[in-house]
Ligand binder design. Structure first.
Ligand SMILES: Nc1nc(SCCc2ccccc2)c2[nH]cnc2n1
Length: 159
C-alpha cells in the first residue's frame, strides 16, 4: 500500500433475531450484487456509532440506536492507497419493518443458510466470530474484488 491517504471510515451493521440475521442485497455501487450488512461512509463530525445507526435506517428503514460494536475490519485493495476501515456492529433490538431502499433489498436468512457464495469472500472468516458474540480485528488484502491474497484475523477482548 503506497502513499498514506487517510483511511476511509465505513460502517457495517447487522440485525439479528433468534436463529436468523437480516442481510441486504446491494443493488448498486460498491459491493453491488452481494448480500451484506447495512452501512456506508461515516460523515465528517459524526461518530462511527451514529453513522452506523443512520446508514442502517437509510438502507433498511430499521431504527436501532443500541448497536453493539463487535469488530473492526481493514481492507486493502492492491493498487489502491486508501485503506477501508470498516466498523462492524450488531444488535437484537430494533424497531420498524425491513423495507427495500434504493441501495438495499433486505431479507432474513436462517443462520444455517447464510449465502456466503453471494457475499464478500472475507465474510466466511469472521461471521462465525460475530455470530458467537466474539469481538474481532481483521486485516484482509484483496487483489481485485474477489481474491484474498493475505489476511490476519484475531479475537480481541474489547474492540
Ligand atoms: N462484508 C464486507 N463488506 C465490505 S464493504 C462494507 C462497508 C461498506 C462499504 C461501502 C458501502 C456500504 C458498506 C467489504 N469490503 C471488502 N470485504 C468486505 N466484506
Amino acid at each position: 500500500r503506497d502513499g498514506m491517504a487517510p483511511n476511509k471510515r465505513l460502517t457495517l451493521a447487522f440485525v439479528q433475531e433468534a436463529g436468523r440475521i437480516l442481510l441486504g442485497y446491494k443493488k448498486r455501487g460498491f459491493g453491488c450484487g452481494r448480500w451484506n450488512g447495512f452501512g456506508g461512509k461515516v460523515h465528517d463530525g459524526e461518530t462511527v456509532h451514529a453513522g452506523a445507526v443512520r446508514e442502517l435506517e437509510e438502507e433498511s428503514a430499521l431504527i436501532a440506536p443500541k448497536l453493539d460494536k463487535v469488530g473492526v475490519l481493514m481492507f486493502e485493495f492492491l493498487g489502491d492507497p486508501q485503506l477501508m476501515e470498516v466498523h462492524v456492529f450488531t444488535t437484537k433490538h430494533y424497531s420498524g419493518t425491513p423495507s427495500e431502499s434504493e441501495e438495499m433489498r433486505p431479507k432474513w436468512y436462517s443462520l444455517e443458510e447464510i449465502p456466503f457464495k453471494e457475499m464478500w469472500p472475507d465474510d466466511v472468516y469472521w461471521f462465525p466470530l460475530m455470530l458467537k458474540g466474539k469481538h474481532f480485528y481483521g486485516y484482509f488484502t484483496f487483489k481485485g474484488m474477489n481474491d484474498i491474497v493475505d489476511y490476519k484475523l484475531r479475537e480481541v477482548e474489547n474492540i
